[in-house]
Ligand binder design. Structure first.
Ligand SMILES: Nc1ncnc2c1ncn2[C@@H]1O[C@H](COP(=O)(O)OP(=O)(O)OP(=O)(O)O)[C@@H](O)[C@H]1O
Length: 270
């Protein structure tokens, strides 16, 4: 696809002056309406909604990147488009190569939205918080969960994708479908791991370095230490499973040791 060029008639490259009216910036165009959208999160970059615009029985996720009033409109549109396309491409690639991620159902990069498959379940963060509140028992269940997280990240790295923001909020535990059929899922620690939020992901078959993969693991390790102190001692299980998950995983674990060392030096220097 030919790169977009800024037409000579475009306004000069400076921030536009504030709009004279209080035009709402976060309005999604049709087919989205207030009655088929429910806000899930409001991040700095994106608004994430649960939507029933397809059918009331088929929920989906709408990820909307609203225009940034402080950015030049031409650059803003170009950046939004690039980010949405990058996220959609990585998700499609993952799905194709058997990594469990939400499917892309649609996108309109001019309007700034992406529609993704709804994952029935909870984030690993919520699951581990619940487990800690219940007294951090069922260690075996958490070890199993850790192993599945390690294998899921390994599969991702094995196809040449680095997530870029691996936290326990960006990993979901898919709820067992049997629950919908009335058979209660006995243990919420069970369920496949689904990776979400590929807004910062990068993909490359040639240039992906062990360093990038090791930094991905390091971010996850730090997230566990900061948000789940009770689960941290079990984190080694993530690394054990990761080490077995693809050819080259052990070299990444070796590199992780260097990344940790640099991290420690940095925190000692303040
Ligand atoms: N496909 C999905 N199915 C179910 N829930 C989802 C799905 N995608 C996101 N969520 C929920 O919405 C929350 C926010 O989503 P996400 O992490 O993609 O957005 P974000 O962090 O605001 O995005 P970005 O980092 O790209 O600005 C998740 O933590 C999760 O609870």
């Amino acid at each position: 696809m030919a790169p977009e060029t800024i037409e000579p008639t475009a306004p000069p490259l400076r921030a536009p002056s504030p709009a004279p009216t209080d035009r709402p910036l976060h309005t999604l165009p049709s087919p989205f309406t207030a009655s088929n959208l429910e806000v899930l999160t409001q991040g700095a970059e994106a608004l994430v909604y649960k939507s029933t615009f397809l059918t009331p029985q088929t929920p989906c996720v709408v990820k909307y990147r609203p225009p940034k009033p402080y950015r030049h409109p031409v650059l803003d549109r170009r950046l939004t488009k690039a980010r949405l396309l990058a996220e959609a491409r990585v998700l499609v690639r993952c799905k194709r190569d058997g990594v469990d991620v939400p499917g892309v159902l649609g996108a309109d990069w001019e309007a700034g939205w992406l529609v993704l498959e709804w994952v029935e379940g909870r984030t690993v963060r919520a699951v581990l918080d619940g487990w800690a509140e219940r007294g951090a028992q069922e260690e075996e269940g958490v070890l199993g969960l850790m192993g599945r997280v390690g294998r899921a990240v390994g599969r991702l790295h094995g196809i040449g994708v680095v997530h870029g923001d691996l936290t326990t909020s960006n990993l979901m535990v898919r709820q067992d479908e049997r629950r919908e059929e009335g058979v209660k899922q006995t243990n919420e620690l069970e369920g496949d791991i689904v990776l979400i939020d590929f807004g910062l992901a990068s993909h490359s078959t040639q240039n992906l370095q062990d360093e990038d993969r090791a930094v991905d693991l390091y971010v996850l390790e730090r997230a566990f230490a900061a948000t789940h102190p009770k689960a941290e001692p079990l984190f080694q299980e993530v690394l054990n499973a990761y080490g077995e998950s693809f050819k080259g995983a052990r070299a990444v674990l070796k590199r992780l040791e260097d990344v940790r060392l640099r991290g420690r030096k940095r925190s000692m220097l303040g």
